[in-house]
Design a protein around this ligand. Sequence first.
Ligand code: ATP
Ligand code: MG
Length: 425
Amino acid sequence: MKIQAINGFKDILPETVGRWQFIEQQARDIFERFGFQEIRMPILEKTELFVRSIGEATDVVEKEMYTFVDKGITMRPEATASVMRAFIEHGLHVQQPVQRLYTIGPMFRHERPQKGRLRQFHQLDAEIIGASEPRIDAELIAMGKMLLDELGLNVSLELNSLGCPVCRPPFKERLVLFLEQRQEALCDDCKRRTRTNPLRVLDCKKPSCRAVVQEAPSLLEVLCPDCDRHFAEVRTALEELRIPFQINRFMVRGLDYYTRTTFEFLTANLGAQAAVGAGGRYDGLIEQLGGPPLSGIGFAMGLERLALLMEQQDNRSIPAKDMDIFVAALGTTTIAFAGQLTHALRQQGAKAAIDYSGRSLKAQLKQAGRINARFALIVGEDEWSKGEAILRDMQTQKQQPVALSGSTEELARRLLAMVRTTAAP
Ligand code: ATP
Ligand code: MG
């Protein structure tokens, strides 16, 4: 019996990993332009951390977490809670009152696997802690948009405000009243959510529930003056940065800690998995986790969805991997020399390959072509005994003799210089 990977857990094969690396490099580059620093946290955290931050009555905590029940630990389902835990634990705000942090890594949720939905998936996550100005919200959103633009992805941006502990509770009560009068029309999940998490009913994807909430009261109309002003200023700041957006009063993020600004980057090209990235403000979270009363805002993007979209849109060419030089050793006597030379080439920084099999020249040149080597150094027994080898440009098929004089290091340097100057860019 062959052992296969677990359902919902996926290998990322060499042929696609180039796209992943490209996305990660673009992200690091852009995040650093905005002054972000990387942070890496463990995958396992105390279960309590996620229950207290994400919230007991959320889908993630209720049914999606991978928890070791006997040990009280959980494989992180998202990054924000862990970043906040680390931030508080190490008192990061003491060194630097405003922290801009990003992290890239795997997350785990027990969901039904589909295209763009896995049980181990990967997120790019960015957080700004300790700043509450609306322009910060706009700047963070603009950073996400910049990344999506540079990846060549066409996404729309939806924006909402979830209010704060002043204006949300009275709205919730009104919403519960509204929903209680329409229980018949709601799905089973939403019947339950009416009591446990009424806001979540607003973004249920079932058509029957959608029809009901069209008539529901809008939180945007009853925001407190502070939240209302904040939301207006975020919109203005986005307009100033020329970031197009749409207001979606039904958007409720699946995590309880959000306050005020929430947003999603959406695509029409991944079926039901429309959210490429999402985020929002979480002003009470750090205090709730035992830290200082600092505000924060962040987003997370799904790497699988970004990679799928890039593959579909195919409008951003990712440079193919190539090798500088392939050392073709012919006969048995040349192998030791060719091995030393290849090692020296690699020490000099060349991407060099070698075949120890002693196969025919034809077979070795074929291999050089397969790995996209730009040059092949052919070390034949006769030439080698005369202190010579042949450098072949794999593209033009032009060949030139190379004197094998001097130390291996000198030779490697000389070869590399030839390869670098002759190579077409
Ligand atoms: P969805 O509505 O698709 O379930 P979500 O609201 O649960 O998304 P978040 O928790 O906000 O998602 O995570 C942010 C991003 O992480 C999503 O926009 C998506 O790109 C990605 N993501 C979330 N869950 C998964 C998953 N199971 N598989 C792949 N990517 C995921
Ligand atoms: Mg989800």
